[in-house]
Design a protein around this ligand. Structure first.
Ligand SMILES: *Cc1c(COP(=O)(O)O)cnc(C)c1O
Length: 390
């Protein structure tokens, strides 16, 4: 009945191909026959079946991040926390113990402190800049160590070579969350991590318009287990988000270079301004882990700078008000320079005493440096610092 219904017909033929990756939102794929579907499920032929089990935009993006990280067979999931969840739920069982770094991303810390213990998985935390403390925290039932290379917001640099050595010696998995450092700052896979994960939401996608995660696993059995976990728990990402992130990825190197150069200049500006009590940037000689950063970070000191204002919360409020061009928003890795205030956001769950112990006071800010011209960022920050002083 012409004009009353439309049918699914497929895509118009073209002897030429699109240069830009097509966005493929289809949740289902039709196969030629039950035998053909069997062959797909048995892995004899490559074919997609159902969106939650995988789709071309995710696979294409994963291969690109594999290339950046030097890894193989990475998997895209719906967020950085989905990557953490897939790793934990896919690799651990009741009775295991996980040793985490004590300054992991807030939600990862929460998973270790609250969620895993509820599932019968014991956890403890230790200082990853202190290899002896990490060693002392290992238990006979330790199955996994989880670390980040550079911590948020104090930008401490973990003793990754020693931790990888400990993990190998003890026969436990070493998981590196490489979000902050990115593959340009640290080659986590080449360094020997068993599992590397990223919040692709941050620098890799780079525009704060998708949430995505990536996880690469060396052991093929664990890779299968993590993939199955992602499919079962529904951690699969949206094709649209993967397509957007691929677009962002093409400029990742340029964005990273621009933002890192500005971050280094910003750190130097902050260090000389009278309104500032202290600055943390791994590229500066006054950073507590500067020597380790020089060895580990591949000459890339990163796009994040933290500093503390004199005058606590009152000064912090004045600073944000005086910098309306810089979004005050608790994320990182965007094209725009953004300010975050850990005491009122990422670290609000800690007691003031626990925050002080980490060096996170009411005057502390973390700057995620964007790709604006360097002078624009320096001028905005200088003006706001001057206003705090008045
Ligand atoms: C943001 C972040 C995560 C979580 O990623 P989402 O994409 O927000 O789920 C994990 N680890 C680190 C280091 C992060 O910065």
């Amino acid at each position: 009945m012409t004009g009353t219904t439309v049918r699914r017909t497929g895509w118009p033929d073209s002897v030429s191909r699109p240069v830009v990756t097509p966005l493929q939102p289809s949740v289902v794929y039709s196969s030629d026959s039950p035998d053909a579907l069997d062959a797909q499920y048995e892995g004899l032929t490559q074919g997609y079946t159902y969106g939650r089990e995988g789709h071309p935009n995710a696979d294409l993006l994963a291969r690109k991040i594999d290339m950046l990280e030097g890894a193989e067979g990475g998997l895209m999931v719906g967020s950085g926390m989905a990557a953490v969840s897939a790793v934990m739920l896919g690799c651990l069982k009741a009775g295991d113990h996980v040793l985490g770094a004590d300054q992991l991303y807030g939600r990862s810390l929460r998973m270790l402190r609250e969620d895993l213990p509820r599932l019968g998985i014991a956890t403890s935390l230790a200082d990853p800049t202190d290899a002896a403390a990490m060693r002392a925290a290992l238990r006979p039932e330790t199955r996994m160590i989880m670390v980040e290379v550079v911590s948020n917001p104090t930008l401490r640099v973990a003793d990754i070579p020693a931790i990888l050595g400990l993990a190998r010696e003890a026969g436990v998995l070493c998981v590196i969350d490489n979000t902050f450092t990115t593959p340009l700052g640290f080659r986590a896979w080449e360094a020997g991590a068993d599992i590397v994960l990223h919040s692709v939401t941050k620098l890799l996608a780079g525009h704060s318009d998708v949430t995505l995660g990536y996880v690469a696993t060396r052991d093929p059995d664990l890779r299968t287990a993590i993939r199955a976990t992602a499919v079962t728990y529904g951690l699969t990402p949206s094709p649209y988000d993967c397509w957007m992130a691929e677009r962002g990825l093409y400029t990742f190197g340029l964005r990273h270079a621009r933002a890192s150069a500005t971050a280094a200049a910003l750190a130097d500006l902050l260090a000389t301004h009278p309104a500032v009590d202290g600055v943390l940037y791994p590229g500066r000689a006054d950073h507590p882990d500067h020597d380790r950063a020089s060895v580990l970070l591949n000459g890339q000191d990163g796009t994040m700078v933290s500093f503390t204002l004199k005058g606590g919360r009152a000064a912090a409020n004045r600073f944000v008000a005086a910098a309306p061009q810089l979004p005050f928003a608790p994320t990182l890795g965007d094209v725009a320079t953004m300010l975050s205030h850990p005491a009122s956001s990422s670290h609000r769950g800690l007691s003031p005493k626990a925050r002080e112990a980490l060096g996170i006071g009411e005057g502390m800010f973390r700057v995620s440096v964007g790709i604006e011209p360097e002078n624009m960022v320096l001028d905005d920050v200088r003006r706001a610092l001057d206003a705090v002083q008045d």
